[in-house]
Structure formats: structure tokens, C-alpha cells
Design a protein. Structure first.
Length: 277
């Protein structure tokens, strides 16, 4: 039994990806079902709602010794939730219904230029994620379309100055240099955000639509975004569909986004990013 266990570990560490036992079947089932959706339906919300109730689990991408593509439909954090939903949307848009196509889509979204080449190739900072996914033609940031938008200068260095918070860098200090190189690209860069005290305005004012990705901006030194999810409107109120660390699962938040953020001192507002269908 011990020999079999060790062989299993070796096989896992040598694989280029990791997926749960049911993930392949579930991915292909959901993609097949999406064929019958109306063409004008919001694919991001459709796939996001499929994951309601999935447990919130942090750090699933950092559990392997080497960087691997991780597919988990049974355990999500806020970022892997957004990426997984978009991978479904991308595969569906391409008319591809198999697990390999889903894995390719997830790799394209999660890694710089769609290439998995170690820990530093993952798009860790969400500003970097937005820019790269825009360059790849997958998303479009629409924050500045709102008349409420303001500007903020970024000076990103949180990861390289908080190494103990990131297990792969703690184990391999050489990775810190690689991450710091990408951080240098974000020194003094101006971005747009919608202040949190404006989040009780209408969809026309905010220019935010159902299914847009919402990135919650922050005043934490060296950081840009502290949480992500999807926008959904309940009447005139903007809400967040997200993997919640408070509820410990994927939820459609009962609180409006305005109420959710108003008393959180580290929250400054949101950026809105639209999936290009």
C-alpha cells in the first residue's frame, strides 16, 4: 500500500495538470448543456451560477511542488472561481465541448500570454491579469466609461515584500527576483476605479452590466486588488456573485456591493472588466 501511495505521488508531481476525479465529466456535461442556451444569454452568469455552493478553499494553486494547471470544481477561491467561469465561457464561445479545450482556455486565461512556464508565469496581480487578458483579446476593461471613475497610481511590490505569505516563494527564494521584475512594470502606473461610495448608483451611471468581472481595489500598500467576482443586478442594486471567504462558499451575496464594501477600510472601489463574447 505504501509503495502504491508513493507511486501515486510521483505520478502527480510529474503531471502537467491536476484535476479532481469528477472534474472532467462535469466540465464536459456543463459545456454540452450550454449548447441549448439562447445566443444572447449571459454565459458568465450562467456558468457562475452553476458553481453556487462550491466550498471556498484558498491556496489550491500552490499545493503542488511544481507549477501545474489546477482544475478544481470542488474547491475555489475568488480568483480561481472567476478564471474557471471564464474558461467555460471561452470554450463555449469557441464551440469546443471537451476537457482538453477547457484546460487550454484556463491556461490561456491564468498564465502570461497563455504559456505555463513556472510560478512567475501565473498572473498573480489582478492588474497584470487584466492587461494580459486584454492583450489576448479575451476581456475589455470598461471602468473608465463611467463618469464616476477616478484615477489611482499603482506601486506594486506586495508579493516581493511579503514572501512569507506565498509558500512557493518561501520555499524557493529565487522566485522572488522573477516576481519583482514583473512588479517593476507597475511602478507609478495609473489605473481607473469607481469609488465605493458611488456603488449605490444605477447601472447607467456605473456602466456595469450583469456578468461583468468586478475587481475590488484597495489602499493596502503595494497591492492593487483584494477580491474579485461577477456583477449581477437585483432590481436597481448591484450585487456580487463570488467565492466568499466569509460564507466559505460561492454565493450570490444578499448584501448590495455598496453595503458589502462601505465599512471595509481596505476597500476603495471597483474596476469593471467585460468578457468579450
Amino acid at each position: 500500500m505504501r509503495q502504491l501511495f508513493l507511486i501515486g505521488l510521483l505520478l502527480l508531481s510529474s503531471c502537467s495538470f491536476y484535476a479532481g476525479e469528477r472534474d472532467k465529466d462535469l466540465v464536459e456535461k456543463w459545456l454540452a448543456e450550454a449548447v441549448s442556451l439562447p445566443k444572447d444569454s449571459c454565459r458568465t452568469l450562467h456558468f457562475a451560477q452553476k458553481m453556487l455552493g462550491v466550498p471556498y478553499v484558498a491556496g489550491t494553486l500552490d499545493e503542488n511542488e511544481k507549477e501545474q494547471l489546477v482544475v478544481r470544481l470542488d474547491a475555489l477561491d475568488c480568483t480561481t472561481f472567476v478564471e474557471t467561469v471564464l474558461a467555460f465561457s471561452m470554450a463555449d464561445k469557441r464551440g469546443e465541448r471537451d476537457f482538453e479545450a477547457f484546460k487550454k482556455a484556463l491556461t490561456d486565461i491564468r498564465y502570461r500570454d497563455g504559456l505555463l512556464n513556472g510560478y512567475a508565469s501565473r498572473l498573480h496581480y489582478f492588474s497584470d491579469w487584466i492587461r494580459n487578458n486584454e492583450q489576448m483579446g479575451f476581456v475589455r476593461e470598461c471602468t473608465s466609461e463611467s463618469a464616476c471613475a477616478q484615477s489611482q497610481e499603482l506601486w506594486l511590490d506586495f508579493m516581493s515584500t511579503h514572501v512569507d505569505s506565498y509558500l512557493p516563494m518561501k520555499k524557493n527564494p529565487e522566485l522572488v527576483k522573477d516576481i519583482a521584475l514583473y512588479e517593476k512594470e507597475w511602478q507609478g502606473v495609473s489605473i481607473s476605479y469607481i469609488p465605493k461610495d458611488k456603488l449605490n448608483l444605477s447601472s447607467d451611471d456605473l456602466k456595469i452590466k450583469n456578468g461583468d468581472i468586478l475587481a475590488i481595489t484597495t489602499n493596502i500598500k503595494g497591492l492593487d486588488v483584494v477580491h474579485v467576482g461577477f456583477a449581477y443586478w437585483k432590481g436597481e442594486e448591484l450585487h456580487l456573485l463570488h467565492a466568499s471567504s466569509n460564507a466559505m462558499k460561492v454565493i450570490e451575496d444578499a448584501q448590495s456591493l455598496y453595503d458589502y464594501s462601505k465599512n471595509k477600510k481596505a476597500h476603495t472601489g471597483v474596476r469593471a472588466i467585460r468578457w468579450i463574447r
